[in-house]
Design a protein around this ligand. Structure first.
Ligand code: PGA
Length: 255
């Protein structure tokens, strides 16, 4: 099997002022500045990107945004482009998070435009997919995730597909304290890899890192990360405190 470097990303959502972000990033940096076996990514709100860049600059910790617009510039009041993010040395951008899909009407088509624009600007998209509880109960979860993966990544060349990260986040597990069982998550991650293979080839399917997200915390991370197709975590609640986030990275460092 291909070696995929684990990736633990903190999605701070709409939390932390610039000075709170400076403190949190500083605490994380003290513990993880030298961490090179796991990719560590902080995704603060836009208003904290510059200060986080300042704090983690020169370390192995990377950072990213939580959203962007697909156009490079123009009359889009309130929006931020991929080039603006790159100009702050962002490496990553979370796209199609379920909160954006459900509260802000983001469709697979929009996520697809954003993913292409991010890749063109050399940003690494973390493309989020995941089913609702109703969809799982109706046993439609595989079909739903297949449609999201195919739609969000349509028309992206294999060489670019290899660069991106996918986050499988069952909507019913986000911020709820409920977690997919390691078996449920593994089943979906392996399925996503099979969809990637259909869309491109085995090499791409084995190269793309697939994170799990949804109430991942130190108490359940080891079991999830032990599964062969789970390559890391996209962490919400547990990323807002240095202690739990650092602990998650330490767990990911164990083989
Ligand atoms: P959670 O959020 O860890 O708080 O469930 C994960 C996410 O929404 O990315």
């Amino acid at each position: 099997m291909k070696h995929r470097k684990r990736i633990i990303a903190g999605n701070w959502k709409m939390n932390k002022t610039a000075s709170e972000s400076q403190t949190l990033a500083g605490e994380i940096k003290r513990e993880l500045a030298e961490c090179s076996d796991v990719e560590v990514v902080l995704c603060p709100p836009f208003t904290s990107l510059a200060i986080v860049a300042d704090v983690v600059g020169g370390t192995s910790i990377k950072f990213g945004a939580q959203n962007m617009h697909w156009e490079a510039s123009g009359a889009y009041t309130g929006e931020i482009s991929a080039y603006m993010l790159r100009s702050l040395y962002c490496h990553f951008v979370i796209l199609g998070h379920s909160e954006r899909r459900s509260y802000f009407g983001e469709t697979d088509e929009i996520v697809n435009k954003k993913a292409k624009a991010a890749l063109a600007a050399t940003l690494t998209p973390i493309v989020c997919v995941g089913e609702t509880i109703e969809e799982r109960q109706a046993e439609k979860h595989m079909q739903v995730v297949r449609t999201q993966v195919q739609g969000s990544l349509a028309g992206i060349a294999p060489a670019d597909l290899k660069k991106l990260v996918i986050a499988y986040e069952p909507v019913w597990a986000i911020g709820t304290g409920l977690t997919a069982s390691p078996e449920q998550a593994q089943e979906m991650h392996a399925f996503i890899r099979s969809v990637l293979k259909e869309m491109s080839n085995e090499d791409v399917a084995q190269s793309v890192r697939i994170q799990y997200g949804g109430s991942m915390k130190p108490s359940n991370a080891a079991e999830l990360l032990a599964k062969p197709d789970i390559d890391g975590g996209l962490i919400g609640g547990a990323s807002l405190e240095a202690k739990s986030f650092v602990e998650l990275v330490r767990i990911a460092q164990q083989k």
